[in-house]
Design a protein around this ligand. Structure first.
Ligand SMILES: [Zn+2]
Length: 239
C-alpha cells in the first residue's frame, strides 16, 4: 500500500504544480488586460481632448473668414464716407459702419473665447500627457513582469507535460479512480499526510485506532472527516 500511495503522491505533486501553473496562466493574463485597458483609457482621453481642440479650431475658421469680410466692408465704407455729399447718405453709411463694427466686436469676442478654451484644453492635455508618460513607465514595467511570469509558467507546464500521463499509468486503476473522485469533490488535494494524528486535509484528529492502521499501512485509509486518502510518513526524508 505504501508504494502504491507513493506513486499516487508523486502524481498528485505533479498535478498540483501543473494546476498552479494553469491557474496562473488563467489569472495573469487578466492582469495584463487590466494594464492594457488602463493604457487604452488614457490614450482615448488624450484623443478626446484632441478632438475637442479640433472642433474649436473648426469653429474658428468661419469666424475668421467673416472677420476678414467684415473688415473689407469697413474699409469700403470708410472710403465711401469721404466722398459723401448729403447728410442723408452720410447717416445711412454711418449706420452701416456701426453695424459692421458691432459685428466685428462680436466676432472678436467669440474668437477670443474659443482661443481661451483651446488654451485651457492644451493645458489639460499637457497635464494628462505628463502623468501618462510617468505612469506608462510603471505600467509597462508591470506588464513586462507579468508577461515574464506567463513565460515562466508556460515553461513549467512544458516541463511537466506528459509526466502526469506517465505517472497515471503507474498507479493502480481502482486507486486512481478513487483519487480522481476525491480530487474533484475536494477541488484539490486527494491524498494527504497525517502528522501527529492530524489529517493535513481537514486538520482534524483521526481516531487512535485508525492511526495504528495508518502506521501499519496495509490498506487504503481515508480520513473519517474529509474522506481524503491519508497516509503517514514513516521513512526518513530522502530514503
Ligand atoms: Zn481529513
Amino acid at each position: 500500500m505504501k508504494e502504491l500511495l507513493a506513486d499516487l503522491v508523486a502524481l498528485q505533486n505533479v498535478e498540483i504544480e501543473m494546476f498552479k501553473a494553469e491557474e496562473g496562466l488563467r489569472e495573469i493574463p487578466k492582469g495584463v488586460e487590466e494594464i492594457e485597458s488602463i493604457i487604452r483609457a488614457r490614450k482615448s482621453s488624450l484623443d478626446a481632448i484632441d478632438e475637442e481642440i479640433a472642433a474649436y479650431e473648426e469653429r474658428k475658421a468661419p469666424l475668421e473668414a467673416e472677420l476678414n469680410e467684415n473688415q473689407t466692408i469697413l474699409d469700403a465704407t470708410d472710403a465711401r464716407i469721404k466722398r459723401i455729399k448729403t447728410n442723408k447718405e452720410y447717416l445711412a453709411l454711418q449706420r452701416e459702419m456701426d453695424l459692421a463694427k458691432k459685428r466685428k466686436a462680436d466676432i472678436e469676442e467669440q474668437l477670443l473665447s474659443i482661443m481661451d478654451k483651446i488654451e485651457k484644453k492644451n493645458v489639460d492635455k499637457e497635464r494628462i500627457q505628463k502623468s501618462f508618460e510617468s505612469d506608462r513607465v510603471i505600467l509597462d514595467d508591470k506588464k513586462e513582469k507579468l508577461l515574464a511570469q506567463i513565460r515562466e509558467l508556460e515553461a513549467v507546464l512544458d516541463g511537466y507535460k506528459g509526466q502526469d500521463e506517465l505517472l497515471r499509468k503507474g498507479v493502480d486503476p481502482s486507486l486512481l479512480s478513487k483519487y480522481d473522485r476525491i480530487k474533484h469533490s475536494k477541488k484539490g488535494l486527494a491524498v494527504v499526510e497525517c502528522i501527529d494524528g492530524v489529517c493535513m486535509g481537514c486538520h482534524m484528529h483521526v481516531p487512535p485506532q485508525l492511526f495504528n492502521d495508518l502506521v501499519r499501512a496495509d490498506k487504503l485509509i481515508t480520513c473519517p472527516t474529509c474522506q481524503r486518502i491519508i497516509y503517514v510518513q514513516t521513512q526518513a526524508p530522502g530514503e
